[in-house]
Design a protein around this ligand. Sequence first.
Ligand SMILES: Cc1cc2nc3c(=O)[nH]c(=O)nc-3n(C[C@H](O)[C@H](O)[C@H](O)COP(=O)(O)OP(=O)(O)OC[C@H]3O[C@@H](n4cnc5c(N)ncnc54)[C@H](O)[C@@H]3O)c2cc1C
Length: 380
Amino acid sequence: MNRTFTLTRAAGLARLGTVTPRLGRTYAAERNADPGPDAETSTTALSPYLRRRLITEAEVVAAAHEAHGMAAEKFVSEVFWRTYFKGYLETHPTIWADYLRLVAEGEARLAANSGLRSTYERAVEGRTGIECFDNWARELVEDGWMHNHTRMWFSSIWIFTLRLPWALGAAFFLRHLLDGDPASNTLSWRWVAGLHTRGKHYLARAGNIRRYTEGRYDPAGLDEGARPLSEDMEARLVPLPLADPTPDGPVALLLHIDDLHPESLPLGSATVERVGGLVAHVPGADGRVRAADDAAMADALARAGEHFGCPADLIAPEWAGDLPVVSAWAPVGPSADALPLCVRVRRPWDEVAWPNATRGFFQLRSAISKVLQSVSSDTA
Ligand SMILES: Cc1cc2nc3c(=O)[nH]c(=O)nc-3n(C[C@H](O)[C@H](O)[C@H](O)COP(=O)(O)OP(=O)(O)OC[C@H]3O[C@@H](n4cnc5c(N)ncnc54)[C@H](O)[C@@H]3O)c2cc1C
């Protein structure tokens, strides 16, 4: 597979068109296998586009349903894992702050402890001697993308066999992944560790790796009996913050990299007279991730300028003049931290789904039809 991602909406839609024919039974049957970086992936590789909403969840779900009906159920439920993690972090925001603190603490431990530092360096440079893990570490750095099952194996080996701090592994992913996302990444690492569903961890097993890499790897020495991690404090559930009502009259629209399809934002009767772009990268993002964010923003600004028929550029001082500033809701993470005070509107998809994402995934899974009924793809 060509693992070069062009971060434009047109490229995202083209990729969606390519993969749609296999989003039914083929996806469900094949998605667990990782055929390796040189083959076409068994999943869609739409994540860099969905992460920035160059294409929306509603669009990919609609395409899958249209082509396959109920046979697309597995794919649709995977898309809802993204929605679930987003909603869970919105209602447990201290998890992100704790993660950032744990990364800083982990880095301090690396500086102070040469044994830990050497294990860490061998892990991120692909020199542990565990062949599959070493190849995956290099693939991540070279390609900026990894198959889901491989992410599970990699993070599990990182935590339970190499015994490295989970937050440093999550930070390694966030530095290089082109879909690196505060919610999906942090909560997936916590899920593997046994911190999300308390006491239930994911252990990478040699037999499972052998089977789903089609025999390419058969690692020895994995700790297949490790106990889950634990922590003293459970993250506090907070009420979902309220979005603002859709505005009236002339506004300036502020785009951020968590939502780059301004054409489908619920803007009511507002008239957009100016568009600004604010790029806030994830912490530590490498050059390729930053370039991807910048390219995606440039694409969205060009589309927004054309769609609304007004100037559209990265923000500069006084960019909005006297106009009230409106933005798509920025979920917990760097965009939310960087946004100025403004009117924040939420898409129906998130508005209906997130209140059902406060506990386990199954709470949201049973609300999927409600989310889909209440959302029409042109406004979601
Ligand atoms: C340790 C670890 C870290 C991860 N970090 C990220 C991350 O930073 N960003 C990210 O988008 N995903 C992350 N994931 C989830 C998942 O691995 C990727 O979303 C998926 O591999 C993307 O490939 P795809 O587009 O081919 O997925 P497909 O299987 O084609 O699924 C379609 C879309 O559904 C969503 N999705 C599918 N599976 C999941 C899942 N398990 N969790 C959340 N969303 C999902 C993604 O938006 C994906 O693009 C992580 C998983 C693990 C185990």
